[in-house]
Ligand binder design. Structure first.
Ligand SMILES: Cc1cc2nc3c(=O)[nH]c(=O)nc-3n(C[C@H](O)[C@H](O)[C@H](O)COP(=O)(O)OP(=O)(O)OC[C@H]3O[C@@H](n4cnc5c(N)ncnc54)[C@H](O)[C@@H]3O)c2cc1C
Length: 397
């Protein structure tokens, strides 16, 4: 038998691949992490903030992985969330104190978090990092995969299993999943940093016929404006990516005053994708390669963190020689079903202008206000602690 070089190869050292590499290496597995760009992250000089909202469960996972202590000084807590549907006169608000937590979640800069995770990866001796490299070919053998990496003098590396976390455009998706669904929301997602006066720990989400709009504070003086605008309306708010300040602020006038500056951060077209399978015969799809989710509700990385937690737990408990992935697959697919149902509900029902959707969303908001059971279950889903005893999470992580 050929000599196996690694227990796991991980292709793509983003927020997902880097953290998984770190945690699997702490279990003494031998890891090779492949990244197509430079591994070193330099934070942007213009001081722009790229928001990543982490829910309560994500904070607990990062705490357990010793990452939270390094990012916490840069993390801004959110303890109140208001959701407003423009067709409803009412606003529905949720507070962390309703379920005895001090924060519903936190906002961090995604590149700062990635830098922290990658620095921890570098400190860990058991991870071989191949930067500016890509996999050309993956071949399945009986008990391992044979991987050809372009930078490594065409060398073939052998690993027991491989995770593909190199983003949505990975050419290896079809090795696992035959069906890939692409969704074009015909929306553009804009991020703006805004210095102004506002309620420091209060996030707001507004649904109207032009799209989905959110205010996400990231310090006492600054917040992110995140706008997922239907393409037909984007010129109402932007001209060549230049914000039309008055129109934008009009949406938020109830929540924001004394605006000092607006800084355009970036824009994405909202094309997402979903693969129907997570694992097949020694190859896993993870993070954006597995699915890209609409940013409503900020679910993507929070879901991937739960996946990482499930995978790490699985390989910690079960000998890596185990060929039976059924329980792991079932756990992850069940979680994903819930996440996708929530995202689809919000994008189809809350942001649609059709009469049926308007009626349904009105009823939903009304029920949230009247039923404390529904409120609690909604908050728990939002925070990723649904079906988990959140005050006793250690057992489950
Ligand atoms: C607009 C928007 C807002 C979002 N906001 C939130 C939020 O608030 N909260 C939340 O939980 N989630 C959010 N998400 C989702 C979150 O960004 C993703 O879940 C997360 O970034 C996925 O990370 P990843 O590591 O899978 O992929 P990526 O971040 O895409 O990383 C892929 C890595 O692979 C590398 N790579 C690419 N090609 C190759 C190759 N061929 N070989 C090797 N390496 C390669 C890349 O350089 C990169 O380092 C948002 C997403 C969007 C689009």
């Amino acid at each position: 038998m050929s000599k196996i070089d690694f227990d796991f190869m991980i292709s793509g050292a983003g927020l997902v691949g880097s953290l998984l590499a770190l945690q699997l290496s702490k279990l003494n597995f031998k890891i090779c992490l492949i990244e197509s760009s430079d591994f070193e992250i330099s934070l942007n000089e213009e001081n722009l903030f790229n928001p990543l909202s982490l829910n309560y469960r994500s904070k607990i996972i990062l705490e357990k992985y010793n990452i939270w202590s390094q990012i916490s000084q840069y993390a801004h807590p959110i303890n109140k969330l208001s959701i407003k549907h423009i067709n409803n006169i009412n606003v529905v608000s949720f507070g962390a104190e309703e379920i005895n937590l001090d924060a519903m979640g936190y906002v961090v800069d995604r590149y700062r978090l990635l830098k922290i995770i990658r620095e921890s990866v570098k400190l860990h001796g058991r991870i071989s990092i191949l930067e500016n490299s890509k996999i050309n070919n993956i071949e399945r053998k009986n008990d391992h995969v044979c991987v050809q990496v372009d930078s490594d003098d065409g060398n073939r590396l052998l690993a027991k299993k491989i995770f593909i976390s190199e983003g949505a455009s990975s050419k290896f998706k079809q090795l696992v999943s035959e069906k890939s669904e692409n969704i074009d929301y015909a929306q553009k997602s804009y991020f703006i940093n805004c210095d102004c006066d506002f309620n420091e720990n209060h996030a707001v989400q507004i649904f109207n016929k032009h799209g989905i709009f959110a205010l996400i504070p990231y310090s006492a003086k600054s917040l992110n404006i995140v706008m997922s605008i239907k393409s037909d309306f984007s010129n109402l708010y932007f001209e060549n990516n230049k914000p039309k300040t008055d129109n934008i602020l009009d949406i938020f006038n109830q929540y924001v005053t004394n605006v000092k500056s607006l800084r355009f951060v970036n824009m994405h077209n909202l094309n997402t994708s979903r693969n129907d399978e997570f694992y097949k015969d020694k190859i896993f799809l993870l993070g954006n390669t597995f699915q890209v989710l609409h940013p409503v509700g900020a679910q993507g990385y929070n879901f991937s963190l739960r996946n990482i937690s499930s995978i790490v737990k699985y390989f910690a408990n079960d000998a890596q020689s185990s060929q039976n992935m059924d329980s792991l697959i079932e756990e992850i697919m069940r979680d994903r079903e819930q996440v996708i149902t929530t995202v689809d509900f919000a994008t189809k029902i809350f942001s649609s202008d059709k009469l049926f959707s308007k009626t349904l969303s009105k009823l939903f908001v009304k029920s949230l206000k009247m039923s404390s059971k529904l409120r609690n279950s909604f908050i728990e889903k939002l925070l990723g602690i649904y079906e988990y005893p959140y005050l006793d999470t250690d057992e489950k992580l």
